[in-house]
Design a protein. Structure first.
Length: 298
Protein backbone atom coordinates (compact mmCIF):
# COMPACT_ATOMS: atom_id res chain seq x y z
CA UNK A 1 0.00 0.00 0.00
CA UNK A 2 2.83 2.41 0.88
CA UNK A 3 4.32 1.78 -2.58
CA UNK A 4 1.08 2.90 -4.28
CA UNK A 5 0.81 5.95 -2.03
CA UNK A 6 4.37 7.00 -2.91
CA UNK A 7 3.90 6.22 -6.60
CA UNK A 8 0.40 7.48 -7.35
CA UNK A 9 1.02 7.44 -11.09
CA UNK A 10 1.61 3.68 -11.10
CA UNK A 11 -2.02 2.56 -10.55
CA UNK A 12 -3.18 5.10 -13.14
CA UNK A 13 -0.78 3.71 -15.73
CA UNK A 14 -1.73 0.14 -14.79
CA UNK A 15 -5.41 0.99 -15.18
CA UNK A 16 -4.79 2.55 -18.60
CA UNK A 17 -2.82 -0.49 -19.78
CA UNK A 18 -5.57 -2.81 -18.54
CA UNK A 19 -8.23 -0.76 -20.32
CA UNK A 20 -6.29 -0.68 -23.61
CA UNK A 21 -5.64 -4.43 -23.42
CA UNK A 22 -9.35 -5.04 -22.82
CA UNK A 23 -10.44 -2.89 -25.77
CA UNK A 24 -7.85 -4.32 -28.17
CA UNK A 25 -7.85 -7.97 -27.11
CA UNK A 26 -10.61 -8.93 -24.66
CA UNK A 27 -13.67 -6.83 -25.49
CA UNK A 28 -16.63 -9.11 -26.19
CA UNK A 29 -17.43 -9.51 -29.87
CA UNK A 30 -20.03 -11.37 -31.88
CA UNK A 31 -18.75 -14.79 -32.97
CA UNK A 32 -18.86 -15.80 -36.63
CA UNK A 33 -22.11 -17.86 -36.79
CA UNK A 34 -20.48 -20.44 -39.09
CA UNK A 35 -17.92 -21.43 -36.45
CA UNK A 36 -18.20 -25.03 -35.24
CA UNK A 37 -15.73 -25.64 -32.45
CA UNK A 38 -16.49 -29.36 -32.49
CA UNK A 39 -15.46 -29.78 -36.12
CA UNK A 40 -12.18 -31.50 -37.01
CA UNK A 41 -11.62 -28.51 -39.32
CA UNK A 42 -11.91 -25.89 -36.57
CA UNK A 43 -8.79 -23.77 -36.07
CA UNK A 44 -9.99 -20.55 -34.40
CA UNK A 45 -13.00 -18.24 -34.19
CA UNK A 46 -11.95 -16.07 -37.15
CA UNK A 47 -13.08 -18.36 -39.95
CA UNK A 48 -14.67 -21.73 -40.64
CA UNK A 49 -13.19 -23.70 -43.53
CA UNK A 50 -15.45 -24.40 -46.51
CA UNK A 51 -13.50 -27.68 -46.91
CA UNK A 52 -13.41 -27.21 -50.68
CA UNK A 53 -10.04 -28.87 -51.23
CA UNK A 54 -10.49 -31.40 -48.42
CA UNK A 55 -13.66 -32.69 -50.09
CA UNK A 56 -11.73 -33.31 -53.30
CA UNK A 57 -9.17 -35.58 -51.64
CA UNK A 58 -9.43 -39.35 -51.42
CA UNK A 59 -9.84 -41.18 -48.10
CA UNK A 60 -6.11 -41.64 -47.43
CA UNK A 61 -5.37 -38.02 -48.31
CA UNK A 62 -8.15 -36.80 -46.03
CA UNK A 63 -6.71 -38.79 -43.13
CA UNK A 64 -3.30 -37.24 -43.70
CA UNK A 65 -4.92 -33.80 -44.02
CA UNK A 66 -6.37 -34.04 -40.50
CA UNK A 67 -3.06 -35.28 -39.06
CA UNK A 68 -1.10 -32.45 -40.66
CA UNK A 69 -3.67 -29.85 -39.64
CA UNK A 70 -3.41 -30.98 -36.02
CA UNK A 71 0.39 -30.90 -36.22
CA UNK A 72 0.32 -27.30 -37.46
CA UNK A 73 -2.17 -26.25 -34.78
CA UNK A 74 0.22 -27.76 -32.21
CA UNK A 75 3.20 -25.93 -33.75
CA UNK A 76 5.04 -29.15 -34.53
CA UNK A 77 8.24 -28.69 -36.54
CA UNK A 78 7.92 -31.84 -38.64
CA UNK A 79 5.65 -34.67 -39.60
CA UNK A 80 6.98 -37.98 -40.93
CA UNK A 81 4.76 -39.38 -43.65
CA UNK A 82 5.04 -43.13 -43.25
CA UNK A 83 4.56 -45.63 -46.09
CA UNK A 84 2.56 -48.01 -43.90
CA UNK A 85 0.84 -45.63 -41.48
CA UNK A 86 -0.25 -43.13 -44.14
CA UNK A 87 -1.03 -45.65 -46.90
CA UNK A 88 1.36 -44.57 -49.59
CA UNK A 89 3.36 -47.19 -51.47
CA UNK A 90 6.68 -45.49 -52.13
CA UNK A 91 8.66 -42.51 -50.89
CA UNK A 92 7.85 -40.68 -54.10
CA UNK A 93 4.14 -41.28 -53.64
CA UNK A 94 4.34 -40.18 -49.98
CA UNK A 95 6.06 -36.94 -51.02
CA UNK A 96 3.47 -36.32 -53.73
CA UNK A 97 0.60 -36.97 -51.33
CA UNK A 98 2.14 -34.70 -48.70
CA UNK A 99 2.50 -31.88 -51.22
CA UNK A 100 -1.10 -32.22 -52.40
CA UNK A 101 -2.46 -32.34 -48.86
CA UNK A 102 -0.41 -29.39 -47.57
CA UNK A 103 -1.46 -27.27 -50.54
CA UNK A 104 -5.06 -28.20 -49.76
CA UNK A 105 -4.71 -27.16 -46.11
CA UNK A 106 -3.25 -23.79 -47.06
CA UNK A 107 -6.08 -23.19 -49.54
CA UNK A 108 -8.81 -24.26 -47.11
CA UNK A 109 -7.54 -22.40 -44.04
CA UNK A 110 -6.74 -18.68 -44.46
CA UNK A 111 -7.31 -18.41 -40.70
CA UNK A 112 -4.15 -20.46 -40.04
CA UNK A 113 -2.15 -17.35 -39.20
CA UNK A 114 0.95 -19.32 -38.23
CA UNK A 115 1.68 -21.40 -41.33
CA UNK A 116 3.65 -19.94 -44.25
CA UNK A 117 5.00 -22.82 -46.32
CA UNK A 118 6.50 -26.28 -46.09
CA UNK A 119 9.20 -28.51 -47.55
CA UNK A 120 9.85 -32.22 -47.70
CA UNK A 121 12.88 -34.49 -47.88
CA UNK A 122 13.78 -38.15 -47.69
CA UNK A 123 16.88 -40.30 -47.73
CA UNK A 124 16.09 -43.74 -49.11
CA UNK A 125 19.48 -45.10 -47.99
CA UNK A 126 18.89 -44.22 -44.34
CA UNK A 127 15.10 -44.38 -44.08
CA UNK A 128 13.05 -46.36 -46.55
CA UNK A 129 9.68 -45.78 -44.88
CA UNK A 130 9.38 -42.06 -44.11
CA UNK A 131 9.22 -38.71 -45.89
CA UNK A 132 10.04 -35.78 -43.61
CA UNK A 133 7.61 -32.88 -43.99
CA UNK A 134 8.90 -29.64 -42.43
CA UNK A 135 6.62 -26.71 -41.60
CA UNK A 136 7.74 -23.09 -42.01
CA UNK A 137 5.92 -20.74 -39.68
CA UNK A 138 4.95 -17.13 -40.37
CA UNK A 139 4.56 -16.56 -36.61
CA UNK A 140 7.21 -18.24 -34.50
CA UNK A 141 5.36 -18.40 -31.17
CA UNK A 142 1.88 -19.70 -30.48
CA UNK A 143 1.05 -17.01 -27.90
CA UNK A 144 1.69 -14.29 -30.51
CA UNK A 145 -0.63 -16.10 -32.89
CA UNK A 146 -3.31 -16.26 -30.16
CA UNK A 147 -2.95 -12.57 -29.39
CA UNK A 148 -3.21 -11.89 -33.11
CA UNK A 149 -6.44 -13.88 -33.32
CA UNK A 150 -7.89 -11.88 -30.43
CA UNK A 151 -6.94 -8.53 -31.97
CA UNK A 152 -8.13 -9.50 -35.46
CA UNK A 153 -11.50 -10.61 -34.08
CA UNK A 154 -12.02 -7.10 -32.72
CA UNK A 155 -10.93 -5.46 -35.98
CA UNK A 156 -13.43 -7.65 -37.85
CA UNK A 157 -16.12 -6.76 -35.31
CA UNK A 158 -15.64 -3.09 -36.24
CA UNK A 159 -15.90 -3.96 -39.95
CA UNK A 160 -19.12 -5.90 -39.27
CA UNK A 161 -20.66 -2.87 -37.61
CA UNK A 162 -19.54 -0.57 -40.41
CA UNK A 163 -21.07 -2.80 -43.10
CA UNK A 164 -24.21 -4.08 -41.36
CA UNK A 165 -26.59 -1.97 -43.48
CA UNK A 166 -24.70 -2.31 -46.76
CA UNK A 167 -25.73 -4.42 -49.75
CA UNK A 168 -23.36 -7.02 -51.24
CA UNK A 169 -21.69 -4.68 -53.72
CA UNK A 170 -21.12 -2.03 -51.05
CA UNK A 171 -19.64 -4.63 -48.68
CA UNK A 172 -17.15 -5.91 -51.28
CA UNK A 173 -16.12 -2.36 -52.15
CA UNK A 174 -15.73 -1.54 -48.45
CA UNK A 175 -13.38 -4.50 -47.89
CA UNK A 176 -11.39 -3.62 -51.01
CA UNK A 177 -11.02 -0.01 -49.84
CA UNK A 178 -10.23 -1.08 -46.26
CA UNK A 179 -7.39 -3.31 -47.47
CA UNK A 180 -6.03 -0.60 -49.75
CA UNK A 181 -6.28 2.31 -47.34
CA UNK A 182 -4.85 0.44 -44.35
CA UNK A 183 -2.03 -1.48 -46.05
CA UNK A 184 0.98 -1.19 -48.30
CA UNK A 185 2.45 -3.83 -50.55
CA UNK A 186 5.65 -5.07 -48.90
CA UNK A 187 8.13 -4.84 -51.75
CA UNK A 188 11.15 -4.94 -49.45
CA UNK A 189 10.35 -8.23 -47.72
CA UNK A 190 7.94 -9.73 -50.23
CA UNK A 191 9.42 -13.24 -49.97
CA UNK A 192 9.41 -13.42 -46.16
CA UNK A 193 7.35 -16.23 -44.61
CA UNK A 194 5.40 -13.74 -42.50
CA UNK A 195 3.88 -12.15 -45.59
CA UNK A 196 2.04 -15.37 -46.43
CA UNK A 197 -0.21 -14.81 -43.40
CA UNK A 198 -3.31 -12.64 -42.95
CA UNK A 199 -1.68 -11.56 -39.67
CA UNK A 200 0.53 -9.09 -41.54
CA UNK A 201 -2.52 -7.39 -43.09
CA UNK A 202 -4.48 -6.87 -39.87
CA UNK A 203 -1.54 -6.24 -37.52
CA UNK A 204 1.47 -5.02 -39.54
CA UNK A 205 -0.50 -3.29 -42.32
CA UNK A 206 1.86 -4.48 -45.04
CA UNK A 207 1.89 -7.78 -46.86
CA UNK A 208 1.83 -9.43 -50.28
CA UNK A 209 -0.90 -11.01 -52.39
CA UNK A 210 -1.35 -14.16 -50.27
CA UNK A 211 -1.83 -12.10 -47.11
CA UNK A 212 -4.30 -9.70 -48.74
CA UNK A 213 -6.35 -12.50 -50.32
CA UNK A 214 -6.48 -14.50 -47.06
CA UNK A 215 -7.46 -11.43 -45.04
CA UNK A 216 -10.19 -10.60 -47.56
CA UNK A 217 -11.47 -14.17 -47.39
CA UNK A 218 -11.71 -14.04 -43.59
CA UNK A 219 -13.52 -10.70 -43.62
CA UNK A 220 -15.96 -11.75 -46.36
CA UNK A 221 -17.16 -14.78 -44.43
CA UNK A 222 -17.70 -12.68 -41.31
CA UNK A 223 -19.83 -10.07 -43.12
CA UNK A 224 -21.92 -12.55 -45.08
CA UNK A 225 -20.22 -12.55 -48.49
CA UNK A 226 -19.63 -15.91 -50.16
CA UNK A 227 -16.10 -16.00 -51.55
CA UNK A 228 -13.11 -18.19 -52.40
CA UNK A 229 -9.41 -17.82 -51.75
CA UNK A 230 -7.76 -18.49 -55.12
CA UNK A 231 -4.24 -18.91 -56.46
CA UNK A 232 -3.16 -18.60 -60.07
CA UNK A 233 -1.24 -16.18 -62.26
CA UNK A 234 -1.52 -12.58 -63.40
CA UNK A 235 1.87 -11.20 -64.43
CA UNK A 236 3.34 -14.00 -62.29
CA UNK A 237 2.24 -16.34 -59.50
CA UNK A 238 -0.58 -14.64 -57.63
CA UNK A 239 -3.31 -14.99 -54.99
CA UNK A 240 -6.70 -13.26 -55.17
CA UNK A 241 -10.39 -13.98 -54.55
CA UNK A 242 -13.68 -14.84 -56.19
CA UNK A 243 -16.76 -13.16 -54.67
CA UNK A 244 -20.45 -13.96 -55.08
CA UNK A 245 -22.84 -11.08 -55.80
CA UNK A 246 -26.51 -11.69 -56.64
CA UNK A 247 -25.96 -15.34 -57.60
CA UNK A 248 -23.02 -14.53 -59.91
CA UNK A 249 -19.28 -14.82 -59.28
CA UNK A 250 -16.65 -12.16 -59.95
CA UNK A 251 -12.90 -11.74 -59.61
CA UNK A 252 -11.55 -9.51 -56.84
CA UNK A 253 -7.90 -8.52 -56.28
CA UNK A 254 -7.18 -6.30 -53.27
CA UNK A 255 -3.42 -6.49 -53.88
CA UNK A 256 -3.91 -3.78 -56.51
CA UNK A 257 -5.55 -1.51 -53.92
CA UNK A 258 -2.63 -2.02 -51.53
CA UNK A 259 -0.15 -1.07 -54.24
CA UNK A 260 -1.74 2.25 -55.18
CA UNK A 261 -2.82 5.47 -53.52
CA UNK A 262 -6.59 5.52 -53.14
CA UNK A 263 -6.68 8.75 -55.15
CA UNK A 264 -5.00 7.04 -58.09
CA UNK A 265 -7.11 6.54 -61.18
CA UNK A 266 -6.05 2.87 -61.14
CA UNK A 267 -6.99 2.21 -57.50
CA UNK A 268 -10.16 0.28 -58.42
CA UNK A 269 -8.56 -1.86 -61.16
CA UNK A 270 -8.74 -4.80 -58.76
CA UNK A 271 -12.52 -4.76 -59.10
CA UNK A 272 -12.67 -4.29 -62.89
CA UNK A 273 -13.55 -7.58 -64.54
CA UNK A 274 -12.12 -6.46 -67.88
CA UNK A 275 -8.78 -5.68 -66.26
CA UNK A 276 -8.77 -9.00 -64.39
CA UNK A 277 -9.87 -11.08 -67.39
CA UNK A 278 -6.31 -12.20 -68.12
CA UNK A 279 -5.89 -13.90 -64.75
CA UNK A 280 -5.46 -17.68 -64.78
CA UNK A 281 -6.91 -19.74 -61.92
CA UNK A 282 -5.33 -22.88 -60.48
CA UNK A 283 -7.76 -25.80 -60.07
CA UNK A 284 -10.36 -23.82 -62.01
CA UNK A 285 -12.74 -26.78 -62.17
CA UNK A 286 -13.33 -26.47 -58.39
CA UNK A 287 -14.81 -22.97 -58.69
CA UNK A 288 -18.07 -21.57 -60.12
CA UNK A 289 -18.18 -20.09 -63.61
CA UNK A 290 -17.27 -16.39 -63.57
CA UNK A 291 -19.42 -13.50 -64.72
CA UNK A 292 -17.32 -11.05 -66.74
CA UNK A 293 -19.83 -8.17 -66.68
CA UNK A 294 -18.82 -5.08 -64.74
CA UNK A 295 -20.74 -4.86 -61.47
CA UNK A 296 -18.50 -2.92 -59.08
CA UNK A 297 -17.48 -0.05 -61.37
CA UNK A 298 -20.09 2.35 -62.74
Amino acid sequence: MKFFLRHKIFPVVLLMITFIFYIYFCRKVEINPLIDRNSIHYVNDLYMSNELFYNNLNYQEQNLYIKLLESIKDYKSNYYININKDSCYSLEECASMGTKVMDSIIMDHPELLQIASYSWSYNSLQDSENVKLTFSYAIKFSFISKLGEMRIARIIDKIKKDTVNMDEIEKVKYVYEWIGKNNKYNKTFMYFNSNQSAFTVFINHNSVCAGFAKASQIIFQNIGITSYYVTGTSTGPHAFNIVKIKDSYYLYDSTIASSLNNESGNFYKGLEQKYLSGYKIDNQDLYPVLNTNEIFIN
